[in-house]
Design a protein around this ligand. Structure first.
Ligand SMILES: C[S@@+](CC[C@H](N)C(=O)[O-])C[C@H]1O[C@@H](n2cnc3c(N)ncnc32)[C@H](O)[C@@H]1O
Length: 477
């Protein structure tokens, strides 16, 4: 599975959403997420867009650069993780750091790195280069574990979970809410169990990467290893242990984009979280995920209020896809016929839903366009919000609110802009995290709309002032 990462609504690097897609892992491609450019959820549960899947594309105007403080750079020109001191010399102490195979593109060795002390002895296993593993080991999840408390309740069970596991006809195991869960509530938070650099699938032979993946699982502490080996294979059985591990990866992994500070930005990770892997798919899920690199943790929160007895679900794909495309992708990547209500509705309602999805896709680039000739307006942003509500796209409501906040502010209405910025913050924190650029941007707008870059921006441009700066913006596009 792949996971989608949220992409910000702003600049390319900027406001993206993470609810992505639980993306399905296609061994040979680190394909970027097909649709919105984001990827999502398990089995490749994606990271392309938030709700499980993803987020959306981005677009910020111009002068944003000043808003973002450059991270420190070490003497080799590497950006340091999370603004901390650079420590590329650091060599983490791994419980295991072999075997290795040489990649046929970069010539670098790809090895297994297991740390069985990680996360209060839950353990974690990587398949990547020494340098990348050591880089990840400089993040706070490793260096300041006391800063990431309360995670991984699932294997420890010190707090009663909000869900039980049960079998669902035709779907295998799944999770069911055992209490009321309010929109925005945390449902699960798990550190990565198995984290594979996507280059492994391109640079090594299948036999080689299967070996590394199997060692990575086998080196984990017993309870953790058993949880991984008990995961779904979509009903298939295997004689070979390596084939079993491979199928478990394909069925249950999320795609995760690289951390901002990672010097390798073109290749993300294929990541398994055994507890989160028990969420089944729904095209309009009641939960969504995002990955926090600092905590090396996947967080799952409720996209709407959930009643006891409801199944908890994620979207394995980007939810902003037409019905036929969604169904084809689910069948191809996870082998099941989607029977969620969005997939089985009657033809008139299915057509109405597809028409809304098409309109969402048409409007988004218009609102991302900050040039004088964009027809974007507050009314368009209201329609955009309404389409998200009609489509029950709870995982990306925050981005619709953020677009509305920008449009109202750009039209010179600071009060309605602030209302929507506050909604964007409230809906965004559980879906993409408080550090996500869209949330940070909305905080800045809500604090002082008049000082925000969007203030009166459309009005100025359309009146002719500020047109010169359109040329600067071209550089950013
Ligand atoms: C990540 S696992 C989800 C948990 C899984 N049901 C289990 O037993 O562990 C993905 C697999 O679950 C099944 N699955 C998930 N969502 C489903 C759905 N909506 N309908 C049917 N099967 C589904 C498929 O077999 C899929 O390959």
């Amino acid at each position: 599975m792949k996971v989608l990462q949220a992409v910000s609504i702003f600049a390319a690097s900027v406001l993206a959403h993470s609810s992505g897609e639980h993306h399905h892992h296609d061994h040979h491609h680190n394909h970027p997420h097909p649709d919105l450019g984001a990827v999502c959820g398990p089995g490749a549960i994606p990271v392309e867009g938030g709700s499980g899947c993803p987020s959306e594309p981005e677009l910020l105007p111009v002068a944003q650069k000043e808003l973002f403080v450059e991270k420190p750079v070490d003497d080799k020109g590497h950006k340091c993780p999370n603004g901390t001191d650079c420590d590329y010399q650091h060599k983490h102490t791994w419980t295991y750091s072999e075997p290795c195979f040489k990649g046929n593109i970069t010539g670098q060795d790809f090895c297994v790195f297991t740390d069985n002390e990680f996360a209060e002895k839950r353990g974690t296993s990587f398949v990547m280069t020494q340098k990348r593993a050591d880089y990840i080991a400089t993040t706070p999840a490793f260096t300041d574990p006391q800063d990431i408390p309360g995670l991984n309740q699932d294997l420890k069970r010190t707090i009663p979970p909000k869900y039980d596991m049960k079998e669902f006809p035709g779907k295998g195991w799944g999770l069911i809410a055992n209490q009321f869960i309010a929109r925005g509530d945390l449902i699960m938070a798990n550190t990565a169990s198995l984290m594979i650099d996507y280059r492994v699938f391109d640079e090594l032979t299948k036999d080689q990467y299967k070996k590394l993946q199997t060692f990575a699982v086998d080196y984990l502490p017993e309870k953790h290893r058993e949880a991984v080996l008990a995961l779904s294979t979509h009903g298939q059985t295997f004689d070979s242990h390596e084939d079993l591990v491979e199928k478990i990866g394909e069925t249950n992994a999320f795609d995760i984009d690289p951390d901002e500070g990672d010097e390798i930005q073109d290749h993300g990770f294929f990541v398994v979280f055994p507890e989160i892997a028990r969420f089944n798919h729904d095209c309009r899920p009641n939960a969504d995920y995002y990955f926090d690199h600092a905590a090396l943790t996947q967080f799952i929160h409720a996209t709407r209020d959930i009643q006891p007895g409801e199944e908890l679900t994620l979207s394995y794909i980007n939810p902003v896809m037409l019905r036929a495309a969604r169904m084809t992708k689910l069948a191809r990547n996870w082998g099941f016929q989607c029977a969620c209500s969005q997939c089985t509705s009657d033809r008139p309602r299915a057509d109405a839903s597809d028409a809304r999805i098409r309109q969402i896709k048409e409007l988004k680039p218009l609102m991302r366009n900050w040039k004088a000739d964009s027809p974007a307006s507050p009314q368009m942003a209201e329609l955009f919000i309404s389409l998200h509500q009609q489509e029950r796209l709870g995982g990306s409501m925050y981005s619709a609110y953020a677009f509305a906040a920008l449009e109202y502010n750009a039209a010179g209405d600071p009060w309605t802009a602030t209302k929507y910025a506050r909604l964007g913050i409230d809906y965004g924190i559980p879906m993409v995290g408080e550090r996500h650029q869209d949330v940070v941007e909305m905080k800045s707008l809500a604090d002082d709309p008049w000082a925000h870059w969007s203030w009166n921006l459309r009005t100025k441009k359309r009146s002719g002032w500020g047109r010169e700066s359109d040329e600067d913006e071209d550089d950013d596009d």
